[in-house]
Design a protein around this ligand. Structure first.
Ligand SMILES: [Zn+2]
Length: 133
């Protein structure tokens, strides 16, 4: 599994496919994002090499609090939540993004309202759900 791609889908980020637009820019044919020519490599976030991005995206879609409480990745103390150091220092195997994907997929299965809003394979499922609140 492509961990970066799967996580991007779960949090509703376009997995951009930049194509030649003109000599200066490439353009994603799915979302319209613009990349200067030669910078296509910036089209995909790397959640493995920067675990902070995982937490930032989960916060953006409103899932960080539940992830902190129920995933087992964090340790609860009266003054706040602490994340295990190995989840933040690992920048090669994707320890945190893997844990986030597994938790989100499990969480999706438990949610009742899969129906018309999509299912576990729908990109951005959580984002849509949050907006519908
Ligand atoms: Zn795109």
């Amino acid at each position: 599994m492509d961990l970066n791609r799967r996580f991007a889908e779960l949090v509703g980020i376009c997995w951009c496919e930049p194509e030649y637009y003109n000599e200066d820019i490439d353009k994603c044919h799915k979302c319209g994002a613009i990349y200067s020519t030669g910078r296509r490599s910036t089209a995909h976030p790397d959640f493995i090499s920067d675990p902070r991005l995982v937490l930032r995206e989960m916060d953006r879609i409103g899932m960080l609090d539940d992830f902190k409480k129920y995933s087992g990745v964090f340790i609860w103390m009266p003054e706040g939540h602490y994340i295990r150091v190995d989840y933040m220092t690992d920048t090669t195997t994707g320890l945190l993004v893997k844990a986030a994907i597994e938790w989100m997929e499990k969480e999706m299965k438990m949610r009742e309202d899969f129906g018309s809003n999509g299912d576990a394979t729908t990109p951005g499922f959580f984002v849509k759900k949050e907006k519908g609140k």
